[in-house]
Ligand binder design. Structure first.
Ligand SMILES: O=P(O)(O)OC[C@H]1O[C@H](OP(=O)(O)OP(=O)(O)O)[C@H](O)[C@@H]1O
Ligand SMILES: Nc1ncnc2[nH]cnc12
Length: 173
């Protein structure tokens, strides 16, 4: 069991990016290689022994955890990006958030039907982003093995929103 208190490396920034939002800033954790490494180790340990072919994550903060975790689990990393950023043919998906809507894209050959896919992001808030990504992966015919987060903001009920997909987080508020 690790002695590192991961939560101690998250900085609270009130009223960012808007009044009333308490922003959970991951940059102190990222700045410390021992702590960052411990977070990736704990994520990898949770999925040890599971068959995972690929990790899918949305830009930008999701990439930070998805890439090292993919190397640790010896599987591919497939990026989901904002419109117009991916160079090859894409599936595009539009989704509703708590306030407003957004569009994301994935390469058509990024995930193959039948693959087991682990979804990764830095933070689960309303679950809108993750639910949209999971729905897309399933529409392609792949299986979502689980959804892995560094941080889970429980009061926003994102876990219920992404159900029945399983979620796992290292730090809960
Ligand atoms: O559960 P939700 O309500 O969907 O919110 C969580 C998402 O919000 C943040 O990304 P953001 O859109 O701020 O983009 P960024 O990673 O580029 O900062 C975070 O990295 C998650 O992807
Ligand atoms: N409170 C929060 N802190 C950091 N990132 C977020 N993304 C959505 N809500 C957030």
């Amino acid at each position: 069991m690790s002695e590192i208190d991961l939560k101690a490396y998250i900085r609270d920034v009130p009223d960012f990016p808007k009044p009333g939002i308490l922003f959970r800033d991951i940059t102190p954790l990222l700045a410390n290689p021992h702590v960052f490494n411990e977070a990736i180790d704990q994520m990898a340990a949770h999925y040890e022994g599971k068959q995972i072919d690929a990790i899918v994550a949305a830009e930008a903060r999701g990439f930070i955890f998805a890439a090292p975790l993919a190397l640790r689990l010896n599987c591919g990393f497939v990026p989901v990006r904002k419109p117009g950023k991916l160079p090859f043919d894409t599936h595009s998906f539009h989704y509703e958030l708590e306030y407003g809507s957004d569009t994301l894209e994935i390469h058509i050959d990024g995930v193959q039907p039948g693959q087991n896919v682990l979804m990764v992001d830095d933070l689960l808030a309303t679950g809108g982003t993750m639910k949209a990504c999971c729905n897309l992966v399933e529409k392609i015919g792949a299986n979502v093995v689980g959804c892995c987060f560094l941080i889970h903001l429980k009061a926003l009920e994102g876990e219920q929103r992404i159900a029945p997909f399983e979620s796992f987080s290292l730090i809960d508020y």
